[in-house]
Design a protein. Structure first.
Length: 216
């Protein structure tokens, strides 16, 4: 079966089944970090989780369905960080959001590091053609959430220009995290500070110059 060909199964509703589903994802994430995308298999995952392959197939049709579920779970956890950040800062305007971009980057990096096999999950979403849509949908969702948060404070900005600027900002933010997963010659705090400065400036630029005398 080719990557991404299997239809995803619906999530379990019973508590015990949900616990098994989550355990399979945790085990798959850890194994992915150990053996990589090509070598991971449903048999390996089932054995590590203490299940038979048929039991695993009740939840996932193949390894690509499992990888997709891993990607979606990670994106949902990242989205929860974004939603909390928007709720905290968006009501106070563009300047408040621009001033706290670094907080968002740091919180997103923390929740990503906490996910079993996160680096390899993200690599799978990049390297597997049938899974590219998961990453693309997520990045578009983040850009739209940010655009919706910014739009009330930017009534004179074209919505398409706003979305395009934020879509690029989202890609830069995630690219920086991907770099930090492999690059050990630069400290994460420094990279996040630099990216926060770039993205904060991009937000302020959309808002235009402050009124005369402001900030003096």
């Amino acid at each position: 079966m080719t990557a991404g060909a299997a239809a995803p199964r619906s999530r379990p509703r019973q508590e015990r089944a949900q616990a098994t589903y989550d355990r399979l994802l945790d085990v798959a994430g850890a194994l992915l970090a150990e053996v990589g995308i090509e070598r991971i298999s449903t048999n390996l995952i089932a054995a590590r989780a203490g299940l038979t392959p048929p039991a695993l197939y009740r939840y996932f049709a193949d390894k690509y369905a499992l990888l997709e579920a891993l990607g979606r779970r990670l994106m949902e956890r990242q989205n929860a960080v974004l939603d909390a950040w928007i709720a905290r800062h968006a009501p106070r305007g563009i300047a408040a959001m621009a001033d706290h971009v670094g907080d968002l980057l740091a919180a997103n990096a923390a929740v990503t590091r906490a996910e079993p096999g996160a680096v390899w999950i993200l690599r799978a979403l990049h390297a597997t053609p049938g899974l590219v849509h998961v990453r693309l949908e997520s990045h578009r969702h983040v850009a739209q959430r940010l655009a919706d948060a910014c739009a009330p404070h930017l009534p004179g900005v074209d919505p398409q220009r706003l979305w395009q600027r934020l879509r690029l900002a989202v890609e830069i933010g995630f690219a920086a995290d991907a770099m930090l997963a492999e690059e050990d010659l630069v400290p994460a705090d420094s990279v996040h500070a630099d990216v926060a400065g770039l993205l904060g400036t991009a937000l302020r630029d959309l808002a235009g110059p402050p009124p005369a005398g402001e900030g003096r």
